[in-house]
Design a binder for this molecule. Sequence first.
Ligand code: PHE
Length: 354
Amino acid sequence: MRAAGFPYLRAMEELLQKIREYEAEISSYTATSAESAEAFRIKYLGTKGLLKTVMGEMKTVPNERKREFGQVLNEFKQLTEKKYEELKNIQGTNGHQAAPEMDFSLPGDLLPVGTRHPISLIRNRIVSIFQRLGFAVAEGPEIEDDWHNFTALNMLENHPARDMQDTFYIHQQPDWLLRTHTSNVQIRELEKGHLPIRVICPGRVYRNETISARAHCFFHQVEGLYVDENVSFADLKQTLYFFAQEMYGKDVKPRFRPSYFPFTEPSAEMDISCFICGGKGCSVCKHTGWVEILGCGMVHPKLLENCGIDSSKYTGYAFGLGIERSAMLKYQMNDLRLFSENDLRFLKQFTATY
Ligand code: PHE
């Protein structure tokens, strides 16, 4: 008759043998980093670790040997835990874990650095030149009413100058429109009535134009306004001459041509001698030797009166220039659409701080 426990006995011997092998493996385990000590913990002491698996074998052990097996298990557990404590201590002192091994001589990861949009660069440059002359930055709304964009600027309802600028009107509210120029900020500042006024107003403007290399349905302008007692056309010329030299170089010469804007009287357009060819004639100045850079004039007394300012006491000048146009001159570009296409090959070329 076979011994009833025979198959169990064999299994039991095999189990004990396995445990002895594990003990040898654990005793010779070496760890050189915090990661390998942690790997040890997971492998032997973790919730799915070897200790748990071996303990699970208790149920397969015949009752008469459970006591003996329990002791073996206990020793196995103590050995494993002791080893883990040792490994942890090798890794650091005072219970702190050492940093994982690092090579501090490796070059860092290169983070891609963005560049400023050329429109921002030129706007900042224009604004900072006028800030140095004491101009403060002012802003106004892009969605504007007829009064601030046209009527108060002396462009009355049937004034032909309204046709100079094709306007986007807001469908639901015919009195509202997308401003066609930054000159609306002139009215908003005059209405505030804090005199003297000396502001520079950068912003986006909109016109109902077919998009081409030379025209776009939105673009950017900078408006300037100076109102005080005794402001003269000489002040206007000197300020704008200073601006042109700071912007395009000390050698440029100014030229003022009579022009017409309903909100300035007299009005002028300012040209500078071509800063590319020095006035000899090239493709940038279309072989004239001159390039137009802005519109300007003395604030029309009508505007002051519209805003409750005494036009017999105060005078002022105003000017407006296109940022895209300035950027195209500065960077010698010939297509306005590049500014709004977000082509990284184009944008990445502008790393300069101006
Ligand atoms: N608002 C004019 C334009 O859009 C420019 C300008 C501003 C002219 C101020 C004179 C004075 O063309």
